[in-house]
Ligand binder design. Structure first.
Ligand code: RFL
Length: 394
């Protein structure tokens, strides 16, 4: 079997690249370890930056998103018992979109496999990458039904298999550097079968710990509660979750949260990593496979899409016109935005977690930072620019 490009992983990054290639009539094969049903339901991100949506739209991938996604213009900070609205759209003219990741993945798979005729294998096992430094790389996998081993020869491999994939391990230690940052903080990530309790995102900075409220749909709301890293979700009963949320997100004039059944409850240890460079021989990494951003600033899926636009276009330029410049510059072009978002996540982490650090000095500087956000237009603008994401013309 031979395909010009093999894409490992059918997440937002891999599927976007696949769609870009198919639109240019370049053949590719996507290999995914999970089933189609599983990836279409896996709950995760929801906040998309405007430039990312525009990038999808320009590639014919945003029809449902634009019809059904919500536009978000402001967010709310709650601290010291008060509510503070941050109207970032009014300040900048830009907004966010909220569209759950499983819906985006569903749209991308349908377009890739059912409309653009892209090849995809679900449920594959033991994916291995071979001869990446040669001009005849290949990828092998075990077929789930026959149990047979297949080898696919290709020109390029796109490693889009997320944080727990195998592509990153194919980079020899001497040829790539992985830098890591551990926040030393855990978040209990929750999905509640309950309508949102506010008309925008809420960030609660409380001495008991950070809490977050993010609408996902009219019926489902995502909540976060700061907790010790490595905490057991079983330590968090239904009653404990809701009483902590009510307390940490409580503020003068704020209605009580609408409670509901918890349909997801998992502890995320806040950590990040960056692989440099994001390429090795014929392998190009994209999305979480190359860089993990703790969900503090809701940037991961946006970065995955940014990489995918650049890599998809670069493959098309190379394979249809022999133009190598996109692939040569790919890693450097991605890493600027990656580091920018890593820095913003660290800055925001201090805002979220400073008041609960137990250190009165950190709590004092955090509150000063928050007051500055609302007292100074230029501080507000600087925050809004990072929060909304770097604008890019695609
Ligand atoms: P994905 O989505 O993890 O997709 C990788 C795919 O590869 C498959 N796979 C393999 N396939 C073949 N062979 C192997 N050996 C494989 N190993 C794995 C996997 O099954 C999967 O289908 O990576 P991608 O495409 O890079 O996309 C990254 C985003 O999914 C991720 O950054 C975001 O979900 C992060 N994130 C958020 N990002 C945002 O931009 N905004 C948000 O609001 C936001 N909220 C979140 C988040 C991540 C969260 N979790 C669970 C860490 C909220 C949460 C709770």
């Amino acid at each position: 079997q031979r395909f010009p490009v093999v894409i490992v992983g059918a997440g937002p990054a891999g599927l976007t690249i696949g769609n870009i290639l198919r639109a240019a009539s370049v053949d590719c094969l996507v290999l995914e370890i999970e089933s189609r049903e599983f990836i279409e339901q896996r709950p995760r991100a929801g906040v998309l930056e405007e430039w990312a949506v525009r990038g999808l739209q320009q590639r014919g991938l945003a029809e449902n998103l634009l019809a059904r996604g919500q536009v978000h213009n402001e967010c709310e900070f709650r601290f010291a018992g008060q509510r503070y609205r941050f109207e970032y759209a009014e300040l900048t003219g830009h907004h966010h979109f909220v569209y759950p990741q499983p819906l985006l993945v569903t749209d991308l798979v349908r377009e890739y496999a059912d409309v653009r005729g892209g090849a995809i294998r679900f449920g594959v096992r033991d994916v291995e990458l071979h001869d990446l430094e040669s001009d005849r790389p290949s990828v092998s996998y075990t077929d789930p039904e026959s149990g047979q081993r297949h080898i696919v020869h290709c020109d390029f491999v796109a490693g889009c298999d997320g944080a727990r994939g195998v592509s990153r391990d194919a980079l020899p230690p001497g040829r790539a550097h992985v830098s890591r940052y551990d926040y030393g903080i855990g978040w209990l990530a929750l999905l509640a079968e309950a309508p949102p309790s506010n008309d925008c995102v809420v960030f609660g900075m409380h001495p008991r710990g950070f809490a977050g409220h993010m609408a996902r749909s009219p019926e489902v709301t995502r909540y976060y509660l700061e907790c010790p890293p490595g905490d057991d979700p079983e330590n968090w009963s239904h009653d404990r979750v809701w009483s902590e949320l009510q307390e940490r997100l409580g503020a003068a004039g704020a209605p009580r949260l609408t409670e509901g059944r918890l349909i997801e409850k998992r502890v995320l240890d806040m950590h990040s990593y960056v692989v440099e460079p994001m390429a090795f021989g014929r392998l190009f990494l994209a999305g979480d496979a190359a860089h993990l951003t703790a969900p503090i600033a809701a940037k991961g899926m946006n970065l995955a899409l940014h990489d995918a636009f650049l890599l998809g276009d670069a493959f098309v330029a190379q394979l249809t016109r022999g133009d190598r410049t996109g692939l040569y510059g790919y890693s450097r072009a991605c890493l600027g935005r990656v580091w920018d978002y890593q820095e913003f996540s660290q800055w925001l982490s201090e805002v979220y977690h400073g008041t609960s650090s137990g250190d009165p000095h950190r709590a004092g500087t955090t509150l000063a930072r928050l007051r500055r956000l609302f007292g100074s237009r230029s501080a507000g603008l600087a925050f809004a620019e990072q929060y909304l994401g770097k604008n890019a013309d695609y």
